[in-house]
Design a protein around this ligand. Structure first.
Ligand SMILES: [Zn+2]
Length: 119
């Protein structure tokens, strides 16, 4: 009997475990600031860097850097997986802000269009 088959299944199971962990991180990130009780505060010096405060008052805040090429969080999950719920939640928050700004811009232009058409 050949034993080569056993070696091929190994990377798949590791990838699946990692995928499950990352999916779990992403799921928890979705509600981190809404029902999760966490709170984010952007640095005054850089709006892409945040203090993320856990709901437990005795815990220190995490420092989350969302900048491209400098992505970092000082939590254990990030150290292990290069991804964590804190950084994903901050990403989502920045994206929401960007969309809100974009929507406001479109609304403004829409109004200008209406005024132009009326004339
Ligand atoms: Zn983190």
């Amino acid at each position: 009997m050949q034993t080569s088959q056993t070696t091929t299944t190994r990377p798949t199971s590791v990838d699946l475990a990692t995928a499950r962990i990352l999916a779990n991180i992403a799921e928890r990130a979705q509600t981190l600031f809404s029902t999760g009780g966490y709170r984010a505060q952007a640095f005054y010096t850089n709006p892409a860097v945040f203090f993320v405060f856990p709901p437990q008052i005795e815990k220190l805040p995490y420092v989350v850097d969302t900048r491209e090429g400098k992505r970092h969080c000082n939590c254990p999950a990030f150290a292990q997986h290069k991804e964590c719920k804190h950084i994903l939640a901050c990403d989502a928050m920045i994206e929401d802000d960007r969309r809100a700004d974009e929507a406001a811009e479109w609304h403004k232009f829409g109004r200008y269009d209406h005024e132009d058409n009326a004339e």
